[in-house]
Ligand binder design. Structure first.
Ligand code: PAF
Length: 287
C-alpha cells in the first residue's frame, strides 16, 4: 500500500491511474477505522480497480466547543487495517497541506446544511462539503462511498456533486451495527461502560418508530412522541432532536404519505453525541 501525504503527489498518482485506464474508488474517512468503514471499502473494491482511502480529521467541520482535539486517532492501527484490506493508497495529508496559510475558499450546500444536525452544528456541513470537494479534486475518484449512518451528509454530498458537476458516482453503503444494534461510530469510543449498555436504546427507538409506521400510524408527531417516551426511560440519554423528514429536501413531514421518509435522531450519552436514522416507506414495503 502506498502512503501519500501531499495533495500534489496524490493528484499526480490519480492522473497516472487514469492514464493507465484504471478506475479509482474512494472512501473518505477521519480514521479510527471500524467495520462501518471497512464495509465501505469493500464496496469501493467492487466498483473500482484501485481503492484510495483518506484519513484526515478535518478541523473545519468541528465547532469551537466540539471534539476536534480529542477525536480518537490511531494511524498505525488504521494503516494495518487498510493494508490487510488490499487498499492501494492511504492518503494521509496534514492540516497545513489541506489548508495552507490564507485558505479562504468554501463550498456550501445552502438549505440542506442548516437542517437536522446542521441546526445544532453551525458550519459543520460547510466544513464537510469543503473538504470533500477538495478531496474529490485531489483524488479524482470515479466512485466515492459514504455511509448511510450519516444520511444527511450523504444527501448533501450528492447535491453538491450534482450542482457542481463533479464527475463522480456517489454510493451510499448501509449502516453497520454492533450485535445489539448500536450503529458503529468512532465516537462510540467516548462511551463509559454504563453508557455503552444503554446506547442501543437509540436504535431501538428507531425500530419502534418503524414498527408504528408498519402498523399504519401516519401522524409523525405521534411517532416522535412514542420515541421520546421510550427514550425518557433512559436518564443518561439526552435527545437533541428526533425528526421525520423527506429524503430530498430534509423538510419535516406531518403525515406520512406515499414514498420514503427518513427518521433521524441525535442524542448525547455523556460526552458522546451519537446520530442514527432509519428509512421508512409508505405505500410500498410498509403498506
Ligand atoms: O464522515 C466522515 O468521516 C467525514 O465527515 C468525511 C466525509 C470524511 C469528511 O471529513
Amino acid at each position: 500500500m502506498r502512503i501519500v501525504t501531499k495533495s500534489e503527489d496524490m493528484q499526480r498518482l490519480s492522473i497516472e491511474y487514469k492514464r493507465q485506464g484504471k478506475t479509482v474508488g474512494f472512501v473518505p474517512t477521519m480514521g479510527y477505522l471500524h467495520e462501518g468503514h471497512t464495509s465501505l471499502i469493500n464496496i469501493a473494491h467492487k466498483y473500482a480497480d484501485v481503492v484510495v482511502v483518506s484519513i484526515f480529521v478535518n478541523p473545519i467541520q468541528f465547532g469551537p466547543s466540539e471534539d476536534y482535539d480529542r477525536y480518537p486517532r490511531d494511524i498505525e492501527r488504521d494503516k494495518e487495517i487498510l493494508e490487510k484490506m488490499g487498499v492501494d493508497v492511504m492518503f494521509y495529508p496534514s492540516v497545513d497541506d489541506m489548508y495552507p496559510k490564507g485558505f479562504t475558499t468554501y463550498v456550501e450546500v445552502k438549505g440542506l446544511s442548516d437542517k437536522l444536525c446542521g441546526r445544532y452544528r453551525p458550519g459543520h456541513f460547510r466544513g464537510v462539503t469543503t473538504v470533500v470537494a477538495k478531496l474529490f479534486n485531489i483524488v479524482m475518484p470515479d466512485v466515492a462511498v459514504f455511509g448511510e449512518k450519516d444520511a444527511q451528509q450523504a444527501i448533501i454530498i450528492k447535491r453538491m456533486v450534482r450542482d457542481l458537476n463533479f464527475p463522480v458516482k456517489i454510493i451510499v453503503g448501509p449502516t453497520v451495527r454492533e450485535p445489539d444494534g448500536l450503529a458503529m461510530s468512532s465516537r462510540n469510543e467516548y462511551l463509559t461502560e454504563e453508557e455503552r449498555k444503554v446506547a442501543p436504546a437509540i436504535y431501538q427507538s428507531l425500530l419502534l418508530a418503524k414498527g408504528l409506521v408498519e402498523q399504519g400510524e401516519r401522524d409523525t408527531s405521534k411517532i416522535i412522541a412514542a420515541m421520546q417516551e421510550f427514550l425518557s426511560k433512559y436518564d443518561r440519554i439526552k435527545v437533541e432532536y428526533i425528526e421525520i423528514v423527506d429524503k430530498e429536501e430534509l423538510n419535516p413531514i406531518e403525515r406520512l404519505e406515499k414514498g420514503e421518509a427518513l427518521i433521524a435522531i441525535a442524542a448525547y450519552l455523556g460526552k458522546a453525541r451519537l446520530i442514527d436514522n432509519i428509512s421508512v416507506k409508505v405505500g410500498g414495503d410498509n403498506g
